[in-house]
Ligand binder design. Structure first.
Ligand code: NAP
Length: 375
């Protein structure tokens, strides 16, 4: 069996740090294990263009393992060349790099390691909210640059206390973000999601559901995006929706870059309509040098909390998603049923409804994950 791994090149850092498992150097820690069983493993970071290693090896691979941090895009066209492909495993969370409808047509299973990095991302969201609201980054840059001028920094620095924070998507990450915000004594915590949280889970963090997205964003000082990228969320935060946000509000998106219209966000930050934007996900990855999110800046300075795609790939997260990937692969090899929570599509249909399709199985599962108040 041929297993194709498409991961990022960790270079010297991965050679020095074996726990950087999501790299072509350390191969999720599964290289020896697969070799002992006589399987062939190909690991590459070369994924773009017709002559890439990804396009070359997908043709006869039975298993594709890739990561949202450096995804091998499994489009319908690429899938047509993948004659032996049976399962595509996402080492992490978020399988929007796969054409899921095409996977259903071809009966290819798509699974991800649900929950593996949700705390890592939730912590990053809270950090991003704080660094925007407190105007941290320009103040830090001032110090590094040898300066000392308090007033221009304090002018655009506020408390998180008494602000209204809302999440788009109150799943594993969104719920954890709200949970982590409760000690900050925000004025109100809001969420917009298809289905309501179980009463007990909502009560535990004193969160209010708003049934219209426009209504929610117009009430928020801070909006955090924690829903998957699918047909209904692509370009969701466009000029129109952003115009409904309060002047000076902050927007944090660690879900997927393409959920926001890149130019509309940059324009809103540059004009000062948004107090700032932060996140780690980009509509194109790696982001080109001239991407508007690299240079956008609030008129008072700062307002830009962008970093490369890294919130869900802490060392702790890598250990968890590497182990989860191995379990999914082992289940596949031994014919054992996969944990339903990890399945996106299987047997030609959606198992998860987080990608725009609703079904009762997923509805029941949502109750299961959330009733303990932990989501
Ligand atoms: P999850 O537990 O499936 O939660 C996602 C929630 O979003 C679900 O409650 C889903 O509702 C809801 N949703 C779907 N479409 C929506 C819409 N149009 N409006 C409002 N809510 C919507 O997933 P998660 O673990 O929290 O992860 C969320 C996303 O974060 C992932 O899909 C991935 O794109 C991203 N992520 C990023 C990183 C990173 O490193 N930056 C790491 C991990 C994950 P239903 O279930 O009712 O459809």
């Amino acid at each position: 069996m041929k297993v194709l791994l498409v991961l990022y090149d960790g270079g010297k850092a991965a050679e020095e740090e074996p726990r950087l498992l999501g790299t072509i150097q350390n191969k999720l820690g599964i290289a020896d294990w697969l070799k002992e069983q006589g399987h062939e493993l190909v690991a590459t970071a070369d994924k773009e263009g017709e002559g890439s290693e990804f396009k070359k090896h997908i043709v006869d691979a039975e298993v594709l393992i890739t990561t949202p941090f450096h995804p091998g895009y499994l489009t319908k066209e690429v899938m047509q060349t993948a004659k032996n492909l049976k399962i595509c495993i996402t080492a992490g969370v978020g399988s929007d790099h796969v054409d899921l409808n095409a996977a259903n047509e071809r009966n290819i299973t798509v699974a991800e390691v649900s929950g593996s990095n949700v705390v890592s991302v939730a912590e990053h969201v809270v950090m991003s909210i704080l660094l925007l609201v407190r105007n941290y980054t320009p103040a830090h840059e001032q110090i590094i640059g040898g300066g000392w001028d308090v007033a221009p920094m304090a002018r655009h620095s506020f408390d998180l206390e008494d602000k209204v924070v809302g999440t788009v998507g109150a799943g594993r990450i969104g719920y954890r973000v709200l949970q982590r915000l409760t000690p900050f004594d925000c004025k109100e915590l809001l969420y917009f999601d298809y289905a309501p949280l179980p009463e007990q889970a909502a009560k535990a963090i004193n969160v209010r559901r708003v049934e219209s997205l426009e209504e929610m964003v117009s009430q928020c000082d801070i909006v955090t995006v924690n829903c998957p990228l699918h047909e209904k969320t692509k370009g969701l935060f466009n000029k129109e929706l952003i115009s409904k946000m309060k002047p000076g509000a902050w927007l944090v998106n660690t879900a997927r870059g393409a959920i926001c219209d890149a130019q509309a966000v940059a324009d809103a930050v540059n004009s000062g309509h948004l107090g700032g934007y932060a996140g780690d996900v980009w509509n194109v990855q790696p982001a080109p040098k001239d991407h508007p999110w690299r240079s956008m800046k609030h008129p008072l300075g700062g307002g830009n909390g962008m970093v490369p795609h890294m919130s869900g790939t802490t060392i702790d997260a890598q250990l968890r998603y590497a182990e989860g990937t191995k379990t999914i692969l082992q289940n596949y090899l031994t014919g054992k049923a996969q944990d339903p929570a990890n399945l996106i599509v299987e047997n030609g249909d959606y198992v998860s409804k987080a990608y725009g399709k609703r079904d009762t199985k997923a509805e029941e599962r949502k109750e299961e994950v959330r009733t303990d108040g932990k989501a």
